[in-house]
Design a protein around this ligand. Structure first.
Ligand code: ADP
Ligand code: MG
Length: 508
């Protein structure tokens, strides 16, 4: 079930490469002591040091904490950490860049984080590895404001020099059959979500697209299904929402297919995406490609990382989504799809773990309740599990202990599945108290006492002699009729399996 676009003459597949920038969480900037907090509530140009605004003679000093954050993310990406890497100046002129160059890592040398991989759910529902080529540390630029004055633009340098980690996916050009890359818009979204969850679980970045602490450049090419070479790609810059990224990929792929099918070619252009109509257009072509004149920054020493530092960081690593998924399938016996849904965010998996509470037998029913009921009622649950009590008149927030109670009560045969659903709906509607309280309040305890059920069974059999005769003559489909009669007589409280068992015994 791979993602294919039907063209006029042939079927086409997509090749997607993402360059994802995440803003590194750190008190201060990558090379200066200024605060790295640039949120829009802070007055412009109040978190800018002499280094950030490039005063002559000011020297950058590497923030070791940002390096540790990069290593942590690298370990989270199952990547090699380079023992030696360098910083380089990438020269370009733009008013959001006071230095006139961005300090980054050289494009043609191993950066701090080398080859790695992340695991996502592929379009066929099975786990898929997406290979990472590299991740490097660099400075962010400032922000230009064009909308505060009719004729003037303003620059805010609070973000200037904040550490970014750029994570680049790998395309194995020498082995085109190696398909460990992104091949559809949905896979692109799942990859970005996985990066986001890893970064958040590690505390490396808020990785929030709306806030701009995560942004992606999207490289797309197409090729006929079965072809073994990669074709020319385009790069759409600075995308800040999953929805727009998916739409840009779809639009770009169709545009390229149309170009090929009408006898044209695709040129290696840098594109911009228009949010208003979902189209891409050329921003600059390969011919005007910028020459960044990279060279090693003479003001900075080489970055040396030793094994001891890597091991020290490794010891602090929490369980990451891929390991959580493996635990859910291998230890708790969940299906791969369910495990993927429940690890879409660390908040969701924490919620699930809290509900399971180490009781393995709860895992499958709780997964089912969450995926089929809870996810459908976002107003009724709080992924973060932070809200303690609902406001009066507000939708009731379902707690992990609520689902634990429900599935336990079913397992203990205190209530049946239908009653559990009724209790659940009452909770959604704002009924307070635990499911056990609610069951009691509404007299929903299931009848498992065989003698009580037996008398209802006898009664139904006695009252319907004609149906009994038909059943015994072979019309066994009538069993449901008798079950219905008993359930009705017991107000829906009888344990259905006890009812079935007794009916079968007495009718045969
Ligand atoms: P840049 O030219 O932007 O410095 P790279 O050559 O490192 O970058 O590639 C940037 C991204 O584009 C990587 O994720 C890479 O896998 C991806 N990429 C390279 N070639 C193709 C292609 N033919 N189709 C789709 N993506 C590609
Ligand atoms: Mg690029």
């Amino acid at each position: 079930m791979s993602y294919i676009i039907k063209g006029k003459t042939t079927d086409w597949e997509l090749v997607i490469g993402l360059e994802t920038h995440i803003e590194v969480l750190s008190a201060s900037k990558l090379f200066s002591g200024a605060s790295a907090d640039y949120n829009p509530g802070i007055s412009p140009n109040t978190q800018v040091s002499m280094v950030d605004c490039a005063m002559p003679g000011m020297l950058p000093v590497l923030n070791e904490y940002c390096v540790e954050q990069a290593i942590k993310m690298g370990l989270g990406l199952n990547a090699e950490i380079s023992r030696h890497s360098r910083f380089a100046r990438k020269q370009y002129f733009y008013p959001d860049l006071p230095q006139g160059y961005q300090i980054s890592q050289p494009a043609d040398e191993p950066p701090v984080v080398g080859r790695g991989w992340v695991e996502i759910m592929g379009d066929d529902g099975a786990p898929k590895k997406i290979f990472i080529e590299r991740a490097h540390l660099e400075q962010d630029a400032g922000k230009l404001k064009h909308d505060v004055h009719p004729t003037k633009s303003f620059a805010d340098y609070n973000r200037t020099g904040v550490a970014l980690l750029e994570i680049v996916t790998f395309l194995d050009v020498k082995n085109p059959e190696n398909n460990s890359y992104i091949t559809s818009p949905d896979e692109a979204e799942r990859y970005l979500r996985e990066i986001r969850e890893i970064a958040r679980a590690l505390g490396v970045s808020k990785a929030n697209m709306e806030e701009g602490s995560m942004r992606a450049d999207v490289n797309v090419s197409v090729r006929p299904v079965g072809s073994t070479e990669f074709r020319t790609r385009t790069e759409t810059k600075n995308m800040v929402s999953f929805k727009f990224i998916k739409s840009a990929i779809e639009y770009e792929a169709r545009r390229q297919i149309e170009a090929y099918e009408s006898g044209g070619t695709v040129s290696q252009d840098t594109m911009r995406y228009s949010q208003s109509d979902g189209t891409t257009s050329v921003m600059r072509s390969k011919e005007d490609a910028l020459d960044y004149r990279y060279f090693p920054d003479p003001d900075l020493l080489e970055l040396h990382i030793d094994d001891e530092m890597i091991e020290r960081i490794r010891r602090t690593m929490p369980e990451l989504p891929a390991a959580t998924r493996a635990r859910y399938t291998d230890v708790l016996g969940l299906a791969e799809y369910d495990a993927a849904r429940l690890t879409e965010s660390t908040d969701i998996s924490r919620w699930f773990d809290a509900a399971v509470g180490g009781k393995k037998e709860r895992a499958k029913p709780i997964a089912n309740w969450m995926i089929s009921e809870l996810f459908a009622h976002p107003e009724n649950w709080d992924e973060k599990n932070a809200v303690d009590t609902a406001e009066p008149g507000m939708p009731r927030i379902i707690r992990p202990s609520d689902l634990a109670d429900l599935v336990d009560m079913i397992a203990e045969k205190v209530i049946n599945g239908k009653q559990a659903k009724e209790i659940f709906i009452k909770m959604l509607d704002g009924e307070t108290g635990t499911p056990r309280d609610i069951a009691e309040k509404f007299g929903m305890q299931q009848i498992t006492d065989t003698s009580a059920i037996e008398s209802a069974v006898d009664d139904v059999i006695a009252k319907n002699p004609a149906q009994v005769e038909q059943y015994r003559a072979g019309k066994t489909g009538l069993l449901g009729f008798f079950v219905g009669g008993v359930m009705k007589a017991t107000g829906g409280k009888a344990n259905p399996s006890v009812v079935n068992e007794l009916l079968r015994k007495k009718l045969n």
